[in-house]
Design a protein around this ligand. Structure first.
Ligand SMILES: NC(=O)NCCC[C@H](N)C(=O)O
Length: 274
């Protein structure tokens, strides 16, 4: 049993093993029969929660859902884990504090799967990279551009670039630069030579200069031929992305996230088999 908290906890080959399990997920029918996965998700989670719950159900398992604030109580997390382990076979946690997930992993023999923290979003990255592997000729040789401020999604792309070894550049005002990341503040310059353009919503503080960081169809025309726009949902038309770019052929499409279901199932299988 192992936990899934940061992509950089694993070798690239191990992460690619998750893609192999994804390709063959039908072989794992009944893998979770009689098993219970306890999930901590806020009410505003739509995609990650729907795909996790459905994925567990399809593998034969049961889910029990709590709000993440259930973990922020006076009781020591070691004691919460000690009791939880009697009945749970895995836990999936969306919580701002990644160190809490680390403590849970230290105190549980069952896997702890990170469903987003303020530091990263490893399951989303795995699904995006799996989807890119399906639509790109060589997704690890592509040049990635993250447009947006330092935050969980930017850091998640940074972590993914380290774990998989692909090239990542950020574009945003310098005060929002992700530490130790190549950052070009001029978006028109940054997008030249890029293949995969990713975004996250702008933090309130970045709204002033935000228009100069909006990814439009005109901006995408400056990228490499065949480039794609992969905005992190929820995205906001008229803010980090324009209406015209979402309605264009550059947008990877809603179906790009369809693989969240199978990739997350594969992450559960991978963690429980290890
Ligand atoms: N696709 C998702 O799972 N949503 C991620 C939301 C990212 C955003 N930066 C947030 O933390 O609110």
């Amino acid at each position: 049993m192992s936990s899934f908290i940061r992509l950089t906890d694993y070798k690239k080959e191990e992460l690619q093993e998750i893609f192999d399990i994804t390709d063959n997920i039908d072989r794992y029918e009944g893998f979770l029969t009689g098993k219970t996965v306890v999930m901590f998700f806020p009410a505003n989670s739509i995609r990650t929660r729907v795909s996790f719950e459905k994925g567990i159900h399809l593998l034969g398992g049961q889910t029990i859902l709590f709000d993440p604030s259930t973990l922020d109580k006076k009781e020591d997390i070691r004691d919460v884990c000690g009791y939880l382990e009697n009945w749970a076979d895995a836990v999936i946690v969306r919580h701002k504090d990644i160190s809490l997930l680390g403590k849970m992993a230290e105190n549980l023999e069952i896997p702890v799967i990170n469903a987003m923290t303020d530091d990263n979003h490893p399951c989303e990255m795995m699904s995006d990279l799996y989807s890119l592997s399906q639509i790109r000729k060589d997704y690890l040789s592509d040049k990635y551009l993250f447009v947006g401020a330092d935050g969980n999604i930017g850091r998640a792309w940074k972590e993914a670039s380290e774990a998989f070894g692909f090239s990542l550049t950020q574009s945003c005002p310098h005060e929002f630069q992700i530490p130790e990341t190549d950052c070009i503040d001029d978006l028109r310059t940054a997008v030249v030579g890029k293949d995969i353009v990713c975004t996250d919503s702008f933090p309130q503080e970045m709204f002033n200069g935000a228009k100069s960081y909006q990814v439009t169809k005109e901006i995408m025309n400056l990228a490499n031929k065949g480039a794609v726009l992969n905005p992190c949902p929820p995205f906001y038309r008229g803010e980090e992305v324009s209406d015209d770019v979402i309605d264009s052929e550059y947008f990877v499409g809603y179906e790009f996230k369809k693989n969240l279901l199978r990739v997350q199932q594969a992450i559960i299988v991978f963690c429980m088999k290890k």
